[in-house]
Design a protein around this ligand. Structure first.
Ligand SMILES: *[C@@H]1O[C@H](CO)[C@@H](O)[C@H](O)[C@H]1NC(C)=O
Length: 414
């Protein structure tokens, strides 16, 4: 029978295509690459769930090595990676927080260098400064910008919740900005940036606000550069949350789940959060002034609002904000900061992606900073999606363009 192999091949191909295929927005270029990556991640998550179901490991603890493997090999601690030979990497601690310090090859003698502190993404639960994707980028930043780059290994869920990751990042940032450390590394105090992606963008925005408003800090950041940051947890029905709820690599339910974990909220409340019941009008602690700070009906341009309607619930989850005050804490949700705080923030670069649930978080923050008088550059990628800047085993053209633009902006503004 010569037909059998043909039939088997056809069936396998159809089955494979069925497993991999997901409908994606038309704007996404290289859709099959994204589908393959998404299928790879789904497979890993399923295998882990199975392992978890069999009771082998707690979920997150067991997922971490897989995600790291998926995102590429870890930096080997002694070889220095070798991608850009001139950049020197040291694993040390800043105020007790583990950090990687990247020092550029160009000599410090007489020449002050730039500084940049970076917080990696991963939903406050995954990731590491040592991951191939981050290590490659921070090396490049150090080399091309002639900058001393500090990549912070803050603690993650489930070991810790909010505010610990934030406090780790703030402590490392304050140490970096101290006169002694800047002098030691020959860094120009007028040219220090704070940056991060996704949850790291959240931490970068929150740390930038804290430093900007702290009168005891004589050196402040001169720029902040936020890559698809996550900035608020009161409205999970913004147009971008609704439009992109099923778009990889970050589904709406996953983002809500990461928020609940970070803030220490019981995951059984997820349906209520998805329905915006947690921010119902009944919650008197959410004043109208606070609501205005994330009112997308006035903060987004018509092009992004499309025909979406705000989801505002009258009654629901009474007393929740009292139980979870971090929902209104600007250290967790920097978009909720008042205009007087935003006005003190440094020059800002914000990257947003059209096909990302977090698009509107970033767009609203860009608008509010601008309204407060801050100079803001917003690079919006119509073909971008959450996570496209990462070097996965598969890399994306939009990510390469984005990283290039990010580097150029820093080159011109830091
Ligand atoms: C939201 O709250 C309302 C009013 O309390 C309730 O009827 C509804 O079931 C809640 N929605 C969800 C998804 O729990």
């Amino acid at each position: 029978m010569r037909l059998l192999p043909v039939v088997v091949t056809v069936l396998l191909t159809v089955g494979f295509a069925y497993y991999v295929y997901i409908p994606l927005p038309d704007e996404i270029q290289e859709p099959w690459k994204l589908m393959m990556l998404d299928a790879g991640i789904r497979t890993v998550v399923r295998l882990i769930s199975l392992k978890d179901y069999l009771g082998l490991d707690p979920y997150i603890k067991s997922i971490q090595p897989y995600t790291e493997a998926m995102m590429g090999r870890l930096l080997s601690s002694d070889s220095g990676g070798g991608v850009i030979p001139g950049v020197k990497v040291s694993e040390i601690t800043f105020a007790g927080i583990p950090v990687l310090v990247y020092e550029p090859p160009a000599g410090g003698e007489g020449h002050l260098r730039r500084g940049l502190i970076y917080f990696h993404g991963g939903g406050w639960a995954f990731g590491s400064a040592k991951m191939w994707s981050y290590d490659t980028m921070t090396r490049k930043l150090s080399d091309e910008l002639n900058a001393v780059v500090v990549s912070v290994e803050y603690r993650l869920y489930p070991e810790v919740h909010f505010p610990v990751p934030y406090l780790d990042c703030l402590a490392a940032a304050k140490h970096f900005l101290s006169k002694e450390v800047l002098a030691k590394y020959a860094i120009d105090p007028e040219r220090v940036a704070v940056s991060g992606d996704s949850a790291g963008g959240n931490l970068a925005a929150a740390v930038a606000q804290a430093i900007s408003t702290d009168d005891t800090m004589s050196v402040k950041f001169s720029v902040q550069a936020l890559i698809y940051p996550v900035l608020q947890a009161l409205d999970f029905n913004t147009p971008s949350y609704l439009q992109n709820q099923e778009v990889p690599l970050l589904h709406r339910t996953q983002m809500v789940c990461l928020w609940l974990q970070y803030l220490g909220v019981d995951l059984s409340l997820m349906p209520q959060f998805l329905a915006n019941n947690h921010s119902s009008l009944q919650q008197s602690a959410i004043t109208s002034a606070l609501r205005a700070r994330l009112d997308w009906t006035s903060l987004l341009p018509p092009k992004r609002k499309k025909s979406y309607k705000p989801v505002i619930v009258e009654k629901g989850l009474q007393g929740l904000v009292k139980e979870v005050p971090s929902l209104l804490d600007v250290r967790a949700a920097p978009l909720l900061a008042g205009a007087e705080v935003l006005a003190k923030c440094p020059r800002t670069y914000i990257i947003t992606c059209e096909n990302d649930v977090l698009r509107d978080d970033g767009l609203m923050y860009a608008q509010r900073l601008q309204d407060a008088g801050v100079t803001v550059t917003n690079d919006h990628y119509e073909d971008g999606f959450h996570g496209c800047f990462m070097k996965w085993p598969i890399e994306f053209d939009v990510g390469e363009r984005g990283i290039r633009a990010y580097l150029n902006w820093l080159q011109n503004n830091l």
